[in-house]
Ligand binder design. Structure first.
Ligand code: FNR
Length: 352
């Protein structure tokens, strides 16, 4: 465990690693607070079932772990701790391409359903090798991040001249000589992205990715109905409505605000998930009421990892589980299928 002072520094910078004015960072939270409940009463809620199925995998609750890079900066056990905590909670962990533990290392922690998040490098042989390794290590889906042709302007990273500490590397890329970030006058990560990540990535590359792997592909970073329709046509297995935790383009809407148009555009042909600002069971309920099949959490995992490693992440997942269960009980819903649009009222709804 890190000394508490260091945890505070981490919490501070954790939130400052966002794009520009951080308007979207605030909005990801504020937008949830503008959605209110329309609870139903006198319904037998003595038994509540929160289980669900994602891409055919049964999980304990509709709350999963988003990919966040470099978790060993938060705690020495890093991704190992997150993998064990997610498996213990019966839910899915998504491992970042830029993890400080490799796909093989994370797989070695034991059973658990895991997805692999992919950044597409200019050198496609690097991508192919990585996807094959993820498959071999038992990862069940590829989460293709599509909102990062360049890194957003994260001003604290620039001020701090962010690089990885000496003892850490982007473990998936170690053998490819791409595991280190060089020190620059700017953010080391922004320079790394500019050098390695393929800015020309387009919808045709989704087809290419499908041609190199049998794994289902989720696109992460969709915010509009237009792109949701193209995603469905491209044959993706699902969509994650995400603004990258407000770290890419500032002044995009909160994800909870963009969710409904994306869900409607897919005409329920693929599942739609959401991440961004989910901090409470009530937030999860609101996302489900607006049509999400589940949510992912990013910062709550990193922060709890920093405080207490695996035990911290377990606690966070348990707290969210319990809060969602309580929200369902107090809204009169015994199963996720019983959560409907009528259980909430959003600011954009017509006056009743
Ligand atoms: C991220 N996120 C992210 N996304 C991704 O596709 N690959 C990555 O490597 C990372 N790394 C990363 C690091 C840190 C420190 C943060 C805060 C976020 C974005 C992440 O997957 C997710 O979209 C957001 O974190 C969700 O928002 P909340 O839950 O953090 O508000």
């Amino acid at each position: 465990m890190y000394p508490i002072k260091q945890v505070f520094v981490f919490l501070k910078y954790g939130d400052y690693q966002c794009a520009e004015d951080q308007w979207t960072l605030m909005e990801n939270r504020n937008a949830f607070s503008r959605i209110l409940f329309r609870p139903r009463i006198l319904i037998d809620v003595s038994k509540i079932d929160m289980t669900t199925t994602v891409l055919g995998f049964k999980i304990s609750m509709p709350i999963m772990v988003a990919p966040t890079a470099m978790q060993k900066m938060a705690h020495p056990d890093g991704e190992y701790a997150t993998a064990r905590a997610s498996a213990a909670a019966g839910t899915i962990m998504t491992l970042s391409s830029w993890a400080t533990s490799s796909v093989e290392e994370v797989a070695s922690t034991g059973p658990g359903v895991r997805f692999f998040q992919l950044y597409v490098y200019k050198d496609r042989s690097v991508v192919t090798q990585l996807v094959k390794r993820a498959e071999k290590a038992g990862f069940k889906a590829i989460v293709l991040t599509v909102d990062t042709p360049r890194l957003g302007r994260r001003e604290s990273d620039i001020k701090n001249r962010f690089v990885l500490p000496q003892n850490l590397s982007l473990k998936n890329f170690d053998g490819l000589n791409l595991g280190k970030l060089d020190k620059t006058d700017d953010s080391g990560l922004a320079s790394y992205v500019a050098g390695q990540v393929d800015r020309s990535l387009s919808w045709k590359d989704v087809k290419w990715l499908k041609s190199i792997t049998p794994l289902p592909i989720l696109v992460k970073g969709v915010l509009t109905a237009e792109d949701a329709r193209i995603a469905v046509q491209s044959g993706v297995a699902g969509i994650i409505v995400s603004n990258h935790g407000a770290r890419q383009l500032d002044y995009v809407p909160a994800t909870i605000t963009a969710l409904e148009e994306v869900v409607e555009a897919t005409q329920r042909r693929v599942p739609v998930f959401l991440d961004g600002g989910v901090r409470r069971g009530t937030d999860v309920f609101k996302a489900l009421a607006l049509g999400a099949s589940g949510v992912f959490i990013g910062r709550p995992v990193i922060f709890s990892l920093a405080v207490d490693g695996e035990a911290g992440v377990r606690k966070t997942l348990q707290m969210l589980h319990d809060e969602l269960e309580l929200t369902m009980a107090l809204s009169g819903c015994c199963s996720l299928a019983e959560i409907t649009r009528n259980h909430i009222v959003a600011p954009w709804d017509p006056l009743r």
